[in-house]
Ligand binder design. Structure first.
Ligand code: PEP
Ligand code: MG
Length: 319
């Protein structure tokens, strides 16, 4: 029955009582995007543009970039595609942007911060995105990784406007932004929670280190509290959209909790779409809110996870 249940998933993210939560895909190139569209993704919630250029020693030209972006947009005509500007550094070094000798790369010049040490690359990327957007039917949104302060968000929004791009946003991966979301989000149109890094930074635990996996757990109540604060801040800043694009969105039980916390969209690896959609469909929004409260108030990550999982019989059905 589990295969039949999964197969009946039609791609629409909704709770049992009809609260819509669009399910989007995380992609790194056109091949991923086409596969995600075939699996029912309603759009792209995270296009990791650095994945297009990991092999490169030099900056790709604007035309090369535009071609790579256009190919992803082509898989989602009329749909939302959230492009993340280059997130170079730490686990994803790009020789033309990052310094391999940094002692603490996760706390170093990565993501948006590379604009300070290598000015111009971000502007050229934004013009490549704008060029690709002009030739496509996708609804293109653009966001910056590793934003930590409101002036950074304002600067990024200004660069997007100068490039002719609408709908700028920020990733919420640094706890400072979750804590000040009501202020930071006044500068941009949306937020996307990168729970992989948000967890790493909230728990001070390198996400690459196996022995720290227990800390690097998005069920940690402290992490869920940061998600809650981000949603509250986004409401206060004029009802800005909040998505989740970290791996947490691919855990069906956690996807229910995130929905209960008020997240608007969930973006994940495409192979998780059916399981997340099926479990989400098995609960009402008020039930999801109750489960969210259980997880946020749990004494530990493990107890929160178990409490929520035990109240989701659909999980057992899926096996
Ligand atoms: C994240 O940090 O949760 C995220 C989605 O970005 P990445 O995994 O690419 O750092
Ligand atoms: Mg990240």
């Amino acid at each position: 029955t589990s295969a039949a249940t999964l197969a009946s998933f039609d791609g629409t993210g909704t709770t049992a009582d009809g609260h819509l939560v669009p399910l989007l895909a995380n992609v790194g190139n056109a091949k991923d995007a086409e596969a995600a569209a075939a699996l029912g993704a309603q759009g792209v919630g995270l296009f990791r543009t650095e994945f297009c250029f990991l092999e490169r020693d030099t900056e790709p030209t604007v035309d090369e970039q535009a071609a790579a972006y256009r190919a992803v947009f082509a898989a989602f005509p009329g749909r939302k595609v959230v492009v993340r500007t280059l997130d170079a550094g730490a686990d994803k070094p790009l020789p033309f942007l990052t310094d391999a000798t940094e002692p603490n790369p996760a706390l170093g010049v990565r993501g948006y911060r590379t604009d300070w040490t290598t000015p111009g690359v971000l502007e050229r990327q934004l013009s490549a995105i704008a060029q690709a957007t002009e030739d496509s039917e996708a609804d293109v949104w653009v966001m910056a990784p590793m934003i930590a302060t409101r002036p950074e968000a304002a600067h990024f929004a200004g660069l997007c406007a100068a490039a002719g791009l609408k709908t700028p946003g920020v990733m919420v991966e640094v706890p400072s932004v979750a804590l000040t979301a009501g202020s930071v989000l006044q500068e941009v149109d949306f937020a996307s929670l990168g729970t992989n890094d948000l967890t790493q930074y909230a728990m001070a635990a390198d996400r690459m280190l196996g022995p720290l996996a227990g800390l690097n757990d998005p069920w940690q109540p402290a992490v869920l509290r940061l998600v809650q604060l981000t949603v509250e801040g986004a409401k206060a800043a004029g009802d800005k959209a909040v998505g989740v694009c970290g791996e947490s969105a691919a855990d069906p039980a956690l996807a229910v909790v995130l929905t209960g916390l008020g997240v608007n969209t969930l973006s994940m690896t495409a192979r998780s779409l059916a399981a997340v959609g099926t479990v989400l469909k098995s609960v009402s929004l008020p039930e999801a809110q109750e489960l969210a409260a259980l997880a946020v108030n749990a004494p530990t990550a493990a107890e929160g996870r178990e409490a929520v999982r035990s109240r989701l019989p659909m999980l057992a059905e899926l096996g």
